[in-house]
Design a protein around this ligand. Structure first.
Ligand SMILES: NC(=O)C1=CN([C@@H]2O[C@H](COP(=O)(O)OP(=O)(O)OC[C@H]3O[C@@H](n4cnc5c(N)ncnc54)[C@H](O)[C@@H]3O)[C@@H](O)[C@H]2O)C=CC1
Ligand SMILES: O=C([O-])CC(=O)C(=O)O
Length: 328
């Protein structure tokens, strides 16, 4: 094997998303078929026995690219010298827990993990936060990692982007690949805003091809926003394989490039579109040469601006609720 292994950490590694993610990572779906991979699996002490079972299964797949697996409950061990991290583990909502309590519990986790990344990860590390509330968890991690370059830590809104793309492709009778310039803005929460105003299919405006503005406003936007809840109700468990698939898509495009196509990513805002600088917000982006660049200077219509502003207000509220944890 000619290449040096890439070191990749996954937190929440004993959980259901990781169970769909790890095997695809080890197969080369993110870093390519020529890149050996050294996995660092992080979970809570009580989950380590189950995590042992996952590592046994990884071994039993005999993946040629998988050169090493290390399990730990210590973020500093997991993140030592890593090139990439998928931060999936977070505290789920439990009975009687208010949203504020959930934010506080997760802010504490992501403060610790951000500080560990700051201390021991490679300066070129690429971090994707999946664990909810993903945008605000990423914001907390960024505040705790002042020595990492700006843009090292992102959050996932790609599942929402993929959900929208699939529904639009079906409605238009085209393949998902034919759709470009689609965006999902804002928070990964029911306030997220699916935007087809720039979307195209083979050079034609997608909105004109579908020709049903009522369906866009009254069906697509709310269905994408509530899709996570609908899957949870149907399956009796929250989205796992599709969440892992979106995490793979997000990191693969970031590493390998999006070929000029728009993807949606939760990234620290630059002040564009009235989003306060630094807030981690879903925006359209293009990835090239291992970097992402937000799509700036778009002309947003009144409906889109209002949808984005509502989601940004929610993010500001979450950030302010997390602020006291970060600053103590
Ligand atoms: N951003 C997105 O689009 C999506 C986000 N999610 C979120 O992803 C997260 C994980 O979901 P699942 O895998 O289904 O949950 P899960 O409950 O099956 O697994 C979570 C794992 O994280 C571990 N964990 C908890 N705190 C930890 C910590 N401080 N350090 C390391 N590990 C820790 C748990 O022990 C457990 O093994 C949830 O927060 C969920 O809401 C889920 C779907 C989509
Ligand atoms: O609420 C959850 O845990 C699941 C989730 O984010 C989604 O499916 O979009």
């Amino acid at each position: 094997m000619p290449n040096t292994p890439i070191k990749v950490a996954v937190s929440g590694a004993a959980g259901q998303i990781a169970y769909a993610l790890l095997f695809r990572l080890a197969q080369g779906d993110v870093f390519g078929p020529e890149t050996p991979i050294d996995l660092r699996l992080l979970d809570l002490p009580q989950a380590l026995p189950a995590l042992k079972g996952v590592t046994m299964e990884l071994d039993d797949c005999a993946f040629p690219l998988l050169t090493a697996i290390r399990t730990t409950d210590d973020p500093r061990v997991a993140f030592d010298d890593i090139d990439a991290a998928f931060l999936v583990g977070s505290r789920p909502r439990s009975k009687g827990m208010e949203r504020r309590d959930l934010l506080a519990a997760n802010a504490a986790i992501f403060k610790t993990q951000g500080a560990a990344l700051d201390a021991v990860a490679k300066r070129s590390v690429k971090v994707l936060v999946v664990g909810n509330p993903a945008n605000t968890n990423a914001w907390v991690a960024i505040q705790s990692a002042p020595n990492l370059p700006e843009g090292a830590i992102t959050s996932m809104i790609r599942l929402d982007h993929n959900r929208a793309a699939a529904q639009l492709a079906r409605k238009a009778g085209v393949s998902v690949d034919a759709i470009d310039h689609l965006a999902v803005w804002g928070n990964h929460s029911p306030t997220m805003f699916t935007d087809w105003s720039h979307a195209s299919v083979s050079g034609e405006r997608l909105a004109a091809r579908i020709g049903d503005d009522g369906w866009y406003r009254d069906t697509l936007i709310p269905e994408v926003a509530r899709r996570g809840t609908a899957v949870l109700e149907a399956r009796g468990a929250s989205s796992a394989a599709s969440a892992a698939n979106a995490a793979i898509d997000h990191m693969r495009d970031w590493v390998q490039g999006s070929d000029g196509r728009w993807v949606s990513m939760g990234i620290p805002a630059t002040g564009e579109y009235g989003i306060p600088a630094g807030l981690v917000c879903g925006v359209p982006a293009v990835c090239r040469d291992g970097r992402y660049a937000p799509v700036n200077s778009l002309d947003l219509d009144v409906f889109t601006r209002a949808g984005l502003a509502a989601s940004v207000q929610e993010l500001i509220g979450e950030r302010d609720a997390a602020l006291s944890i970060v600053s103590t």
